[in-house]
Design a protein around this ligand. Structure first.
Ligand code: SAM
Length: 272
């Protein structure tokens, strides 16, 4: 078992509503970029693993015949269904399930994606192997993961705010055993059987009207923040929230862009 608190469904259930409202729009450019790497057509079938509220699923549904979306958080899947219904998208099938054990037949999908999802799996090798299994020969997989915090001023700002509020906060350290290491990312994809693997950096810049908007977006869409809020109780949270807000009000210049960077791993299932 992994010690990563984000490897289980509860924190994602807690954050699902805020993530759907605030996080999904921020993450959408990464999904749009991922879709560009798969040569999709109106007849394609794709799978979105760890789909969350459907950030990629909804974009893909406008381009393809069918999207199968799966996530282990019931609340995320509930939000995905609501959002798809609201958008009038009838070609997304959503279900609750584990990305390490996909309930789909082998050799089926033209493309498979896991955007900021597989990176959390306790057994990443299983996640890659399952994605590989369900692709048809010649199909394309795209998986994304965050680059190191040092490459993302937005994340730097968030972790600095957390440290300002709680000096005992353990900031994530560079982890060469995670997908933030592009060499490891590539070798894990190759080990699963993918060929012509490449790892591409993609950065986006986000700006916020003011520190308050940045704060609200951070708190509502971040699973680690939601976990902290629930674990410390309302009084301590109120104190920490005030300290974080003060920190952001000092450090963030309204409307200035903050970049955040991801790696996209692209691989193909051999044609056989
Ligand atoms: C940061 S969100 C990303 C959601 C979406 N793909 C996006 O790009 O906005 C991570 C998602 O991974 C899901 N997840 C994490 N581990 C999972 C697993 N083992 N099986 C299925 N879903 C998982 C979480 O429930 C959450 O919805």
């Amino acid at each position: 078992m992994s010690g990563n608190p984000l490897a289980v469904a509860e924190p994602w259930d807690l954050v699902a509503e805020g993530y759907a409202e605030f996080g999904s729009a921020i993450m959408q450019p990464f999904s749009a970029r991922a879709l560009e790497f798969a040569s999709l057509s109106s007849g394609s079938q794709v799978v979105d693993v760890a789909a969350g509220p459907g950030t990629l699923s909804r974009l893909a549904a406008e381009q393809v015949a069918l999207v199968e979306a799966i996530d282990f958080s019931e609340s995320m899947i509930a939000r995905l269904v609501e959002e798809a219904d609201a958008a009038g998208l009838t070609n997304i099938r959503a279900q609750v399930g584990d990305g390490q054990d996909l309930p789909f037949e082998s050799d089926r999908f033209d493309a498979g994606f896991s955007m900021f999802g597989l990176m959390f799996f306790p057994e990443r090798a299983k996640g890659f192997a399952e994605l590989f299994r369900v692709l048809r020969p010649g199909g394309t997989a795209v998986v994304s993961s965050w680059a190191p915090v040092a490459d993302s001023p937005l994340m730097r700002m968030m972790f600095d705010a957390l440290t300002a509020a709680d000096p005992n906060f353990q900031e994530p350290q560079p982890n060469f055993l995670s997908l933030e290491n592009p060499e490891l990312f590539e070798s894990e994809m190759r080990a699963a059987g993918f060929e012509a693997v490449s790892i591409q950096r993609h950065s986006i810049a986000l700006s916020f009207a003011d520190a308050e908007e940045l704060w609200e977006t951070m708190v509502r869409s971040s699973a680690p923040m939601e976990l902290m809020r629930h674990s410390v109780g309302p009084e301590v949270w109120a104190q920490r929230a005030a300290l974080m807000m003060r920190f952001l009000a000092e450090k963030y210049r309204p409307t200035s862009p903050l970049a955040t960077t991801a790696y996209l791993g692209i691989g193909h299932k051999p044609k056989g």
